[in-house]
Ligand binder design. Structure first.
Ligand code: CA
Length: 226
């Protein structure tokens, strides 16, 4: 039976969600502020967390950020009254899996919960480390060292590099990168991908203007030669 943690300070909404989820057979835990939500997320190991943004003590963005930082594997659906696109993007950027705007219908809500729980988790990379040129990538520690210098990469940049290494020698389209790294088909654009590639090249290539490892494949995407 799948476990769901609902973090929401408005009691009627909280109880409505709890009742509906329980009727669908889920085990439900509830919290009415962000700090309690964070504690329960750590203690109860829920499969999914329904997380309101405006919460007492700690807001939903902060809860989401902390859970992802400590690699909590729970899926997260952000719940908010805010309609602004920026909040949606921010939530997804912080590692949420989906976003539902209040008010929402029960059927739509339950369908989204099911969809997020069914979404396949990407298999963990079997590669523990990889070396190309004078760059060494440690997948377990999420560390990249070039020569003797530690390279600071963002989580997304590191993830892109992992995709490249796993598919080395093959063309990786921008769309494939978006799907693998962002996992969401609305928010970022292919330009976002290109911007990340520019940063990766600057960090890893000897000469970013004449890349040896991250090669452009005209109008399609990239190929990693390492
Ligand atoms: Ca609230």
């Amino acid at each position: 039976m799948e476990k769901i943690l609902v973090v929401e300070d408005e009691r009627p909404i909280l109880m409505g969600i709890k009742d509906n989820l329980e009727m669908d057979g889920y085990t439900v835990f509830t919290a009415r502020d962000g700090k309690r939500g964070l504690t329960l997320a750590r203690q109860k190991a829920p499969d999914l967390i329904i997380l309101d943004i405006m919460l007492p003590k700690m807001n939903g963005f902060e809860v989401c950020k902390r859970l992802r930082k400590e690699k909590n594997p729970a899926r997260i659906i952000i719940l908010s009254a805010k309609r602004e696109e920026t909040d949606k993007v921010r939530g997804l950027d912080l590692g949420a899996d989906d976003y539902i705007t209040k008010p929402f219908g029960v059927q739509e809500f339950l369908a989204r919960v099911k969809a997020v729980l069914r979404r396949e988790v990407e298999p963990e990379s079997e590669l523990k480390s990889y070396k190309f040129g004078n760059v060494r990538v440690d997948f377990e520690r999420m560390e990249v060292v070039k020569g003797k210098k530690k390279i600071e990469l963002t989580t997304r940049e590191f993830h892109i590099l992992r995709v490249f290494i796993e598919r080395r020698g093959k063309v990786v389209t921008r769309e494939a990168l978006l799907k693998a790294v962002w996992g969401y088909d609305v928010a970022p654009t292919t330009r976002t991908v290109d911007n990340h590639i520019v940063k990766l090249r600057k960090a890893l290539e000897e000469d970013a203007t004449d890349p040896r490892y991250i090669i452009s494949v005209r109008s399609v995407g990239y190929k990693f030669k390492g």
